[in-house]
Design a binder for this molecule. Structure first.
Ligand SMILES: [Zn+2]
Length: 425
């Protein structure tokens, strides 16, 4: 059976965003409205905009404090009544996800749409499962809002879904969640009956993956259960070809101190209707959490073709265990069939959209064999060093291979291929 799983083309999207994204505004939460004179008729329009920006920040701070305190009415106060049903759902979802940080940064400058309407772009840095008030590894959303300034006050009348790797599941679904020491597993309510089983699998997978989190601890893994509808709706994946995907690890950005988006944590989505068999489910979970452990908070860089076999190979090795014999490896038969049919050219190539099931699965398997070989021949530390240079930092593959293994990149791939041929003869 062809088992596919993917990590979305790494940091490429986020890298592009980070380059083009700067903050021009900067009215922060430290300004109290009382510190600014209220605008009067005849003032420069900028006076009113500065005033409203300061008021908005104060209202948003109160609104997020209410969320963390479990005060639903306080959370809703900033929204027009027409938004309350959707925002009640969002409140419930965020509380279920154990939200422990929810901090607004107004992005750029406000623009005036009419005498009573103003557009603000908002960023939110959030954490789930942490301790309120303590440092945590946050993720961020950015989204557009429209605010009204009229006799009912100054309040949000329109909210768009977030647009950088968005919407996140909790923006558009009512999410239920369960948590253990290492993982929060979450799902829309129609999959909630599967949360407990999935948590047991995820906790085991997290303990396993933590052994490979050599670049920094993953504080909390976040795993969503989903079906077809969610696969094409969440994280901006509408229109993406996800037909063969059983799970993925999605990089989500965070906002750095200057308010710029940078590459950050990973969130995992498991296709609950495509991985029904328990062994497949556990295996996919170990693979995806393996991505999180190895890729979490990689520096922003551009992905390159040589990343692919390292990224998928290590996730497969983390799933299988480098000390366990290859005879029991799930894709062993796919690799053998691919080689027996003379389809392999000896290279370690990425999966393409046009690949059929056998080719796709075999490419994962070949990547796994290569990493498995390097682990067992030269040790884990060396491979993790190569991975850090090439897959995480975007270094030149040839220079990195020379530095770590003392041979050119092509020679290292040939050596892996010789091993693969020797075990598939
Ligand atoms: Zn993968």
């Amino acid at each position: 059976m062809a088992v596919f799983c993917i990590v979305f083309s790494l940091i490429v999207g986020i890298g592009a965003i980070a380059l083009g994204f700067t903050i021009t505004g900067g009215a922060g939460g430290t300004m109290q409205p009382a510190a600014i004179p209220s605008p009067t008729d005849g003032d420069d329009p900028k006076v009113r905009l500065d005033y409203l920006t300061a008021v908005a920040q104060v209202e948003l701070d109160d609104h997020s404090d209410a969320l963390l305190a479990g005060d639903e009415q306080g959370w809703l106060d900033v929204f027009a009544p027409s938004l309350h049903p959707d925002m009640q759902k969002q409140f419930t979802s965020l509380r279920n996800l154990e939200v422990s940080k929810y901090e607004y940064m107004i992005q750029g400058t406000v623009s005036q749409l009419s005498d009573t309407q103003f557009a603000f772009r908002l960023g939110v840095s959030y954490c789930f499962g942490g301790v309120i008030g303590e440092e945590c590894s946050d993720a961020a959303i950015v989204f557009d809002t429209v605010w009204n300034d009229d006799r009912d006050g100054f309040y949000i009348s329109e909210v768009e879904d977030s647009d950088e790797t968005g919407p996140r599941p909790w923006e558009v679904e009512e999410i239920e969640a369960v948590s253990g020491d290492k993982v929060i597993v979450a799902a829309p309510s129609h999959y909630a009956h599967q949360l407990d089983d999935a948590l047991a699998s995820a906790e085991n997978a997290a303990v396993n993956a933590d052994q490979y989190a050599v670049y920094g601890e993953v504080e909390k893994y976040l795993v969503y259960l989903a079906g077809n509808a969610e696969f094409s709706r969440w994280y901006g994946l509408e229109g993406a070809n996800m037909d063969n995907v059983v799970g993925f690890a999605m990089p989500v950005p965070y906002l750095d101190e200057q308010g710029r988006l940078a590459s950050g944590a990973y969130e995992v989505v498991m296709h609950i209707d495509r991985v029904i068999d328990t062994d497949d489910f556990n295996s996919t979970m170990r693979h995806e959490l393996g991505h999180v452990a190895t890729l979490n908070h990689s520096p922003t860089n551009t992905s390159q073709p040589e990343d692919w076999w390292m990224v998928e190979g290590i996730a497969e090795v983390i799933d299988h265990d480098p000390s366990v014999d290859l005879d029991t490896y799930l894709r062993q038969r796919d690799v053998q069939a691919y080689i027996d049919e003379d389809l392999w050219d000896g290279d370690l190539e990425p999966v393409y959209n046009t690949d059929d099931g056998l080719t796709g699965s075999a490419k994962y398997g070949l990547a796994m064999y290569a990493v498995y070989y390097l682990f067992n021949e030269y040790g884990k530390d060396q491979f993790m060093d190569l991975f850090e240079r090439v897959a995480r930092n975007g270094d030149n593959p040839d220079e990195a291979t020379q530095a770590v293994y003392g041979v050119p990149y092509d020679d290292l791939v040939d050596e892996c291929a010789t091993f693969i041929k020797s075990i598939t003869d």
